[in-house]
Design a protein around this ligand. Structure first.
Ligand SMILES: C[S@@+](CC[C@H](N)C(=O)[O-])C[C@H]1O[C@@H](n2cnc3c(N)ncnc32)[C@H](O)[C@@H]1O
Length: 270
């Protein structure tokens, strides 16, 4: 790919999503953009760069950005953030919010929904203690394709074998055609999914008690990480909790949060 075409595509993706593509990622860009070129009846990536320069068509810019998102996710990813939710966060919130009986959880960068559904399954496991409570779980993601998948709640055999305990598969999923499994309606109805961009309005309103923003900041540059974390801090309850991915931190990035002592990946407002 010509350096000026790489620059054009990577600048577009960065402006629209925050995702940083360094020149070593040129191979990734190429393999992901070929199908976009085909979809838009363009023979080569050079033709696509030219089309972008001349027309700046929204549909093309949208598809290029969408193609560059990395949507890897799985149920109960890394275990700890979910064990923490069940053993510490939920019991503490049950006490601190006993008067209001309301809990709002946001899975920012929800991808195909596994994170939000993992939290919903924990809430279902704890149904007896949550009786009379209003629990809202909202999942958002930039990718339209991922949000469509998350809403459908349909996963392949491979996806349900990654991280999901067999007991949960049996209890919360039903097998549909072929090797596909669909999450049962009672769990699906516990989560709302919406398409939205962490660089703009977030697509959510109100104050959140718990925010999972995992494995997305890692793809942003420092100013973008700071901007997103500052904006998350502004919509959190004063005693709200933030969970980041294993390779992410607020340290040196955002002074509105500080680590929760002894709990890697868990942050409280500073
Ligand atoms: C690697 S997945 C992480 C999914 C899940 N949080 C997890 O840890 O398993 C990263 C997700 O971030 C989304 N994403 C990337 N840039 C975004 C942005 N600017 N706004 C919202 N979502 C974004 C991608 O579409 C992708 O689905």
């Amino acid at each position: 790919m010509k350096p000026e075409d790489f620059e054009l595509f990577s600048t577009l993706v960065r402006q629209r999503s925050g995702l940083v593509l360094t020149p070593e990622k040129a191979y990734l860009l190429e393999s992901r953009l070929f199908p976009v070129a085909r979809k838009h009846n363009l023979k080569t990536l050079e033709d696509m760069a030219q089309a972008l320069r001349t027309k700046r068509e929204e549909a093309l810019m949208f598809d290029i950005t969408e193609a560059m998102t990395t949507n890897e996710s799985f149920f109960f990813r890394d275990l700890k953030p979910f064990a923490l939710f069940q053993k510490k966060i939920l019991p503490e919130m049950l006490t601190s919010r006993a008067a209001k009986k309301q809990l709002r959880i946001w899975s920012a960068a929800a991808s195909s929904g596994q994170e939000a559904y993992s939290l919903a399954m924990i809430c279902a496991e704890e149904a007896a203690r949550l009786q009379g409570w209003k629990v809202e779980i909202i999942g958002t993601d930039l990718s339209r394709e991922m949000i469509t998948r998350a809403k459908a709640g349909i996963y392949s055999q491979f996806e349900v074998q990654r991280g999901l305990p067999v007991t949960h598969l049996v209890k919360y999923f039903q097998q549909i055609a072929g090797d596909k499994w669909q999450i049962k309606d009672n769990i699906r109805q516990m989560v709302q999914f919406r398409e939205s961009n962490l660089l703009s309005d977030f697509g959510v309103t109100g104050i959140f008690d718990v925010v999972y923003c995992r494995n997305v900041l890692i793809y942003f540059d420092l100013p973008t990480k700071t901007r997103v974390l500052n904006a998350i801090a502004a919509i959190m309850a004063p005693d709200g909790l933030l969970l980041l991915g294993g390779a992410e931190t607020v340290l040196g990035v955002c002074d509105k949060f500080k680590p929760s002592p002894g709990e890697h990946g868990l942050y409280v407002l500073a």
